[in-house]
Design a protein around this ligand. Structure first.
Ligand SMILES: *Cc1c(COP(=O)(O)O)cnc(C)c1O
Length: 406
C-alpha cells in the first residue's frame, strides 16, 4: 500500500551495512526492528540455512516432527527462566501473542473457570498488529485507536513509572494490586512487556514492578504473560528481561531476534501447569495449528542464532554498545527540543518535545551514512551486536543529527 515517503531500494546487506541501489551504504541502527542481532549474511546462519535446505525446507508439523524443531524447543526451554517447559512455535510475534492469550483462555476454560476471559495490562504497551494483540496495545497512542469498538475490551492501568533505576513507587504497586483483586474473577491474565516498553513509546521501568506483578497475580489466581518479543535474546543486557526481576511468568512470547533476523518465526512458552490444564479439557490440545508451524528452515537458523548466543559473547558486546550509546548520545542533551535521553543494554533513545519530521529525518540520517526509523517523538536505535565502536558512533551521530534538524 502506498506510503507518503518513498522507500529506499536495498540490494544487498552484509555485517551491519545495507547497500542501496544507488551505491550508498548505510550502517543499520535498527537491526531490522530488533531482529538482525548477528548482522546480515552471517556465515554461521547462512550455512545453517543452506545445510537445512539441502535436507528439507518444509514439512507439515501435524503428526510429523523433525530434528531442527525438537532441538529448538529443547534449547528454548533450557535458555528461558526455570518453569517454562512447553513450547509452541508460531509464524510471527503477533501470532505468538495470540497463542499466548489463547493458552491462558483455554487453560481457564479447560479447568471450568469459563468467566476468566479478560486481560489486564498497563498503558504504553505494544503487543502486535492482529486483533487480540491490538486490544492490549496502548489504547490511545500508536495506530490502533482507529479500532475502538471493534476490539475486545480489556482492562488498563496507568503506565508504569519511568526509569530502570527509579525505585518502585508503592502507590503504583498498591493500585495494581487493587485493580487485579477487583477483577480477579473475570481476569484470565495480565500481559506486559518486561522492563522495556518498545513500540508503545520506548520506555524503561524498574524490574521491581515485575516482581510485584508476579506476587499479585499468583495471589489472585491470574496468569502472567511476559511479551519478550523485543527484549529477548540479550537486548536489555540480560538474556531475557525477566531475569532483571528474577521471576518466571506463566507464559512468555519470543520472536524478532529468534532467527537472528533471517526468517519469520516466534514462540510461545508456558509452564507445565498450563499445559496440563489444557490437556485436561474437552479439546485436550491447544486449539491452534498454523500451516507453516515449526518451519525447518526457520528452526535451523534459529538454532544457529541461539548457538552463537550460547557462547556468551553477546554480553560483552551489549555492554560495549551500551557504553557507546551513552557517550555518543550525551552531546544531544544540550540540543533544543530534546526532552530525554535514555539507554538500556543495546537500546538508545532520544525523546524530543515534538514529533520527528519524517520528511526530513530520512534524508538527515542517510546523509550520515546511517539507517534509523524514528517514530512519533522518538529517535531510537538498537544496533546489531556485531556493531563496532565506530559503527555505534556513526549511529549516535545520526541520531543526534536527526534531533538537531528534524
Ligand atoms: C514486534 C513486537 C510484536 C509483534 O511481532 P510481529 O513479529 O511484528 O508480529 C509483539 N510484541 C512486541 C513487544 C513487539 O516488539
Amino acid at each position: 500500500m502506498p506510503g507518503k515517503v518513498e522507500s529506499l531500494l536495498v540490494t544487498e546487506a552484509e555485517g551491519v551495512r545495507l547497500k542501496l541501489a544507488d551505491g550508498r551504504e548505510l550502517v543499520d541502527g535498527m537491526s531490522s526492528w530488533w531482529a538482525a542481532i548477528h548482522g546480515y549474511r552471517n556465515p554461521v546462519l547462512d550455512a545453517a540455512l543452506t545445510d537445512q535446505m539441502a535436507k528439507m525446507s518444509h514439512v507439515m508439523f501435524g503428526g510429523l516432527t523433525h530434528e531442527p524443531a525438537i532441538t529448538l524447543a529443547k534449547t528454548l526451554v533450557d535458555l528461558t527462566p526455570d518453569g517454562l517447559e512447553h513450547v509452541f512455535l508460531c509464524d510471527s510475534g503477533s501470532v505468538s501473542v495470540e497463542v499466548s492469550i489463547k493458552m491462558c483462555l483455554q487453560y481457564w476454560q479447560s479447568i471450568g473457570k469459563t468467566a476468566k476471559r479478560k486481560l489486564l495490562t498497563w498503558r504504553g504497551g505494544y503487543h502486535g498488529d492482529t486483533f487480540h494483540p491490538m486490544s492490549v496495545c496502548d489504547p490511545d497512542g500508536g495506530m490502533h485507536a482507529l479500532w475502538r469498538g471493534t476490539l475486545p475490551e480489556q482492562l488498563f492501568v496507568p503506565e508504569p513509572p519511568s526509569g530502570f533505576d527509579a525505585e518502585p513507587e508503592q502507590s503504583y504497586v498498591d493500585n495494581l494490586a487493587a485493580e487485579i483483586e477487583r477483577h480477579k474473577d473475570e481476569l484470565a491474565a495480565v500481559i506486559v512487556e518486561p522492563v522495556v516498553q518498545g513500540a508503545g513509546g520506548m520506555r524503561f521501568h524498574h524490574p521491581g514492578y515485575l516482581k510485584a506483578l508476579r506476587e499479585i497475580t499468583a495471589q489472585h489466581g491470574v496468569l502472567l504473560i511476559f511479551d519478550e518479543i523485543a527484549t529477548g535474546f540479550g537486548r536489555s543486557g540480560a538474556m531475557f528481561a525477566a531475569e532483571h526481576a528474577g521471576v518466571t511468568p506463566d507464559v512468555m512470547c519470543l520472536g524478532k531476534a529468534l532467527t537472528g533476523g533471517y526468517l519469520t518465526m516466534a514462540a510461545a512458552l508456558c509452564t507445565a501447569e498450563i499445559a496440563d490444564g489444557i490437556s485436561r479439557g474437552e479439546l485436550p490440545v491447544l486449539a491452534h495449528g498454523p500451516t507453516f508451524m515449526g518451519n525447518p528452515l526457520a528452526s535451523a537458523v534459529a538454532n544457529a542464532s541461539l548457538g552463537i548466543l550460547k557462547t556468551g559473547a553477546w554480553k560483552a558486546d551489549v555492554a560495549r554498545i551500551e557504553s557507546g550509546l551513552h557517550s555518543g548520545l550525551a552531546q544531544a542533551r544540550e540540543l533544543p527540543g530534546v526532552k530525554d535521553i535514555r539507554v538500556l543494554g543495546a537500546i538508545g533513545v532520544i525523546q524530543l518535545d515534538h514529533p520527528v519530521d519524517m520528511a526530513v529525518a530520512t534524508d538527515v540520517v542517510t546523509a550520515q551514512g546511517v539507517w534509523l526509523r524514528p517514530f512519533r517523538d522518538l529517535i531510537y536505535a538498537m544496533p546489531p551486536y556485531v556493531s563496532t565502536d565506530a559503527d555505534v558512533e556513526a549511529i549516535t551521530r545520526g541520531m543526534c543529527a536527526v534531533a538537531a534538524k528534524a
